[in-house]
Design a protein around this ligand. Structure first.
Ligand SMILES: Cc1cc2nc3c(=O)[nH]c(=O)nc-3n(C[C@H](O)[C@H](O)[C@H](O)COP(=O)(O)OP(=O)(O)OC[C@H]3O[C@@H](n4cnc5c(N)ncnc54)[C@H](O)[C@@H]3O)c2cc1C
Length: 418
C-alpha cells in the first residue's frame, strides 16, 4: 500500500457515482444525520452535466424534487411544466385540462440536465455531503466492521476510505456490479436515438410534449425554457442508415419532423446543438441488492431511453432506499432489514415496469393488434387517463392491464348491443 493510502478516512455512507441517483441517495442519508461522501470519477466543474439525456421527468418523480431541496426547479425559469400527448395509430391519447401546482404529480417536467445536475450537486453540498469529484472507486472490500474503498484521483494518487454502508450509483457500466458479482441481464433495443435542440419552433398549446408514433418510430417534441425546443427521434435502425454527414443528417432529421402532419412546422427551425444520440442501447437489469450493497439508478435498472424513465427511476430508487433505512441503523440486523425492505420496494414498484418497456423496444410488433389496442384506449377517457398514468409511472402495468380488459369488454358489449 502506498504512503497516501495508509491513513483511511471514515464516513458512514459511501456513495459511488455522483450523478442523479448518487446525489439523491447522498442527500437523503445526510438528512438522516449520517456522514456521507460521494465519489465521482469524472472531473466535475460547476456547470458539468450529462449531455446524453433528453430529460423528460415523468409525473411520478416530480414531487421527489421537494425532498431534495429542489422544489424551485419547477418554476418557469428552470423548467417547463408539461403533459404528454400521444399520437397513436388508433387516435390521440391526451388528458384535457391545465396543471395543478398543488399536485406536482399531475404533470411532467422538461427539466434539462444542464439545470438539474449542477442543482443536485449543489443541494448535496448544502446538505453537508462531501462530494469528491475526479475520484474513481477502484475496489471495495467488506470485513466484519464495514467497508474499505480504494480510490484513485485524476493525478493517479490513491486514497483509502472506510464506510459502514456502500451505495452503488455508478451507472449502467457499474464497476461495482462487476466487482461484487451482480449479474447484468441485457434485453435488446432495436431503435437508435437522435436528438437536437432548436429555436424557431412554435410551442404547442399548454406546452404539451408530443409523442408521435410513426410506423415503428417515435418522434418527440419537447418545449423547453427560453422558447427552445428539443426534437428526439427513436427510429428503427434501417431508417437512418442512409442519413450521412453532419449537415446531411441534421437536414434529414428536420425533414423527418417536417413531414409529420402532427408536428409543428420546422420552416424557421434553427439548430442550437449538433445531433446527439446513440446507435446501440440495450436495456439492462440488475439485482437491487447484491450482498450488502444496494444498487440505485441505472446501476440497478437502465431501460430503453424511449420510455423516458431513467431520471425518474434514479430519484425514485434513492427515495425507496432512504425510506427503507428510515428509523434503522446501518449495522447488523437493522442493515439487513433495511436492504431487504429496499429490495422488496424496488421489486414491487420499479421493476414491474421493465417488461413492458423492453417489449416496446422491439420493432416487429403486430401492427393490427397495436392499432386495435390504441383504438380501444382512445375511445375511452378513463382508459386514456390510465394509459397516461402508466407512461407517467403513476400506476403499475397490472392496474392498466386490468382497466384495459374491462374497457375492452365494455366496448364489445356496447358494440354487440347496437
Ligand atoms: C439518449 C438518452 C435519453 C434519455 N432520456 C431520458 C429522459 O427523457 N427521461 C429520463 O427520465 N431518463 C432519460 N434517460 C436516462 C437517464 O439519462 C439515466 O437513467 C440517468 O442519467 C441515470 O442516472 P444515474 O445517476 O443512475 O446514472 P449516471 O447518470 O450514469 O451516473 C453514474 C455516475 O457514476 C460515475 N461512476 C461510474 N463509475 C464510477 C466509479 N468507479 N467511481 C466513481 N464514480 C463512478 C459516472 O461517472 C457517472 O457520473 C436517457 C438516456 C439516454 C442515453
Amino acid at each position: 500500500m502506498s504512503a497516501q493510502k495508509s491513513e483511511s478516512l471514515s464516513v458512514d455512507v459511501a456513495v459511488v457515482g455522483g450523478s442523479l441517483a448518487g446525489c439523491a441517495s447522498a442527500i437523503r442519508f445526510s438528512q438522516m444525520g449520517y456522514r456521507v461522501a460521494v465519489f465521482e470519477k469524472k472531473a466535475v466543474t460547476e456547470h458539468s452535466y450529462k449531455q446524453l439525456c433528453t430529460h423528460f421527468l415523468q409525473p411520478h418523480a416530480v414531487p421527489l424534487l421537494d425532498g431534495l431541496g429542489l422544489a424551485h426547479l419547477r418554476e418557469p425559469a428552470w423548467s417547463v411544466v408539461t403533459k404528454a400527448v400521444f399520437v397513436t395509430p388508433g387516435g390521440v391519447v391526451e388528458t384535457p385540462g391545465g396543471y395543478d401546482p398543488e399536485q406536482p404529480d399531475s404533470y411532467a417536467l422538461n427539466l434539462e440536465r444542464r439545470v438539474l445536475d449542477p442543482a443536485l450537486r449543489e443541494a448535496a453540498r448544502r446538505q453537508g455531503v462531501r462530494y469528491l469529484q475526479g475520484t474513481s472507486v477502484e475496489s471495495v472490500q467488506e470485513d466484519e466492521s464495514g467497508w474499505t474503498l480504494d480510490t484513485r484521483d485524476g493525478t493517479g494518487a490513491q486514497q483509502r476510505y472506510r464506510a459502514r454502508l456502500v451505495v452503488a450509483a455508478d451507472g449502467r457500466r457499474s464497476r461495482l456490479a462487476g466487482l461484487l458479482g451482480n449479474p447484468t441481464e441485457s434485453r435488446p433495443n432495436e431503435r437508435v436515438a437522435l436528438f437536437a435542440y432548436f429555436t424557431g419552433i412554435e410551442h404547442p398549446e399548454g406546452n404539451r410534449s408530443v409523442f408521435i408514433m410513426n410506423d415503428r418510430d417515435l418522434a418527440c417534441t419537447y418545449p423547453l425554457v427560453d422558447g427552445r425546443t428539443e426534437l428526439v427521434l427513436f427510429a428503427e435502425k434501417s431508417r437512418v442508415e442512409s442519413w450521412r454527414g453532419t449537415e446531411g443528417r441534421l437536414e434529414q432529421f428536420l425533414k423527418y419532423f417536417d413531414d409529420l402532419d402532427q408536428a409543428p412546422s420546422m420552416a424557421d427551425a434553427v439548430p442550437e446543438s449538433p445531433l446527439l444520440g446513440y446507435t446501440d442501447y440495450p436495456s439492462q437489469i440488475r439485482r437491487p441488492v447484491q450482498g450488502s450493497v444496494p444498487f440505485v439508478g441505472d446501476a440497478a435498472l437502465s431501460l430503453d431511453a424511449m420510455s423516458g424513465v431513467g431520471c425518474g427511476f434514479a430519484l425514485q430508487s434513492a427515495d425507496l432506499l432512504a425510506r427503507s433505512f428510515a428509523g434503522r441503523s446501518l449495522d447488523g440486523a437493522d442493515r439487513r432489514a433495511g436492504l431487504a425492505d429496499y429490495r422488496e420496494r424496488f421489486e414491487s414498484t420499479i421493476l414491474p415496469h421493465a417488461d413492458g418497456i423492453c417489449g416496446d423496444s422491439l420493432v416487429g410488433k403486430d401492427e393490427a393488434t397495436r392499432q386495435r389496442m390504441f383504438t380501444t384506449i382512445c375511445r375511452s377517457p378513463e382508459l386514456s387517463h390510465k394509459y397516461l398514468a402508466l407512461t407517467g409511472r403513476m400506476v403499475q402495468p397490472a392496474e392498466f392491464q386490468q382497466a384495459f380488459l374491462r374497457g375492452l369488454m365494455t366496448q364489445r358489449v356496447g358494440a354487440a348491443r347496437t
